[in-house]
Design a protein around this ligand. Structure first.
Ligand code: ADP
Ligand code: MG
Length: 355
């Protein structure tokens, strides 16, 4: 068993508060991905869990035990960094074995067993005699992961481990990490700024902005029901359109270019709302009363992304490549209102449209 609980965790550097009142529970065998823009406090959070950074206030529990003030090496945690942080003068084998030799009383044979088993899992058995400079970026990253695996820690922490790899290798390593997590039943906290990486790896994602958690949920939850306009824009590419409308009592939204009833009527809507529509939730439809002007389109393989303008607003529509409308023309567009969401313009929060 390995669970991690953060209670009201804050971090300040001098006067400046970097992490605000974070409450987060990571369940046993969960792959929790902490995602957010650069500088939002992800690494700081992870380093606090690892014990590499003091917690200014709040509490950290691992398996229910308060480890807020426990030294890093006593937390039973292993961390993998973006920079790999391998010892350059040691072979891959020694890089993986070194920590065990220094910090445990395992016998040479036990250590050898663990290193060879991890090497097997990571497909690096043939590389164990090489030094880091004789390895590719992806191979180095495997050694760094191996060094964490041999320790058999309760919790694995990863800080942007794939950022230094090219796109193809990154995809492959993403698949491998997912496999490792499933096969070995690891408990993982993984940090990335890449929302696609977050969505594909996570059992749950924790979206962070400016040192605060914005939403914690399954990838499906945060995609379909983003808690606020930040999450709505941050998750998903191309971005969700957020179209300013006026909310009308009785449950419909008005825009200079259209008016639409809401599926679930709500008596009181705020007067200023944002209608959130993803590119795949809008469709060209000649019969529709919503007229839009076609702008630039981008061919992305199986699909195309077409920019359109509705009066002063613009949005992107994702369609099949056979029906790309001519730029400059005016066409009809329809939304899937059953999937559209509304946000309060003033607070940015998702409005609950349940009756
Ligand atoms: P992320 O990993 O999300 O990119 P970080 O956790 O590295 O963000 O940083 C969050 C904020 O805290 C940044 O504004 C950064 O400049 C600041 N910060 C990080 N480490 C320190 C430090 N040791 N001293 C002062 N400020 C720091
Ligand atoms: Mg970082």
């Amino acid at each position: 068993m390995a669970t991690v609980n953060l209670h009201d965790v804050c971090k300040s550097y001098g006067e400046r508060r970097t992490v605000h009142d974070v409450n987060l529970t990571v369940a046993d065998k969960e792959f929790m991905v902490l995602v957010g823009p650069s500088g939002c406090g992800k690494s700081t959070m992870l380093r606090m869990v690892a014990g590499l950074e003091d917690i200014t206030s709040g509490q950290l529990l691992i398996d229910g035990k308060d480890v807020t003030d426990v030294a890093p090496q006593k937390r039973d945690i292993a961390m993998v960094f973006q920079s790999y942080a391998l010892y350059p003068h040691m072979t891959a084998y020694r890089n993986m074995a070194f920590g065990l030799m220094k910090t445990t009383s395992l016998s040479k044979a036990e250590i050898d067993g663990r290193v060879r088993e991890a090497a097997e899992i990571l497909h690096i058995t043939d590389l164990l005699d090489r030094r880091p400079k004789e390895l590719s970026g992806g191979e180095r990253q495997r050694v760094a992961i191996g060094r964490a695996l041999v320790r058999q820690p309760k919790v694995f922490l990863f800080d942007e481990p794939l950022s230094n790899l090219d796109a193809k290798l990154r995809n492959r390593m993403r698949g491998e990490l997912k496999r490792l997590h499933e096969e070995l039943g690891l408990t993982v906290i993984y940090v990335t700024h890449d929302q696609l990486e977050a969505m594909t790896l996570a059992t749950r994602v924790a979206v962070m902005a400016k040192g605060e958690l914005q939403q914690v949920g399954t990838p499906m939850d945060v995609y379909m029901k983003p808690a606020n306009t930040f999450v709505a824009s941050f998750i998903g590419t191309p971005e969700m359109a957020l179209i300013s409308c006026t909310g009308q009592a009785g449950g419909h939204v008005d825009h200079p270019a259209f008016s639409r009833p809401l599926r679930l009527s709500r008596n009181a809507l705020p007067s200023q709302v944002m209608l959130g529509i993803r590119p795949e939730e809008a469709k060209f439809d000649q019969a529709s009363d919503i007229r839009v002007k076609v702008g630039r389109s981008e061919f992305i393989g199986a699909e195309a992304l077409v920019d359109v303008s509705l009066g002063k607003d613009t949005m992107t529509v994702k369609i099949g490549v056979t029906d790309i409308p001519e730029p400059g023309t005016e066409v009809g567009l329809n939304f899937d209102m059953t999937r559209a969401r509304l946000f309060d313009t003033r607070t940015g929060q998702l409005l609950d449209l349940a009756p």
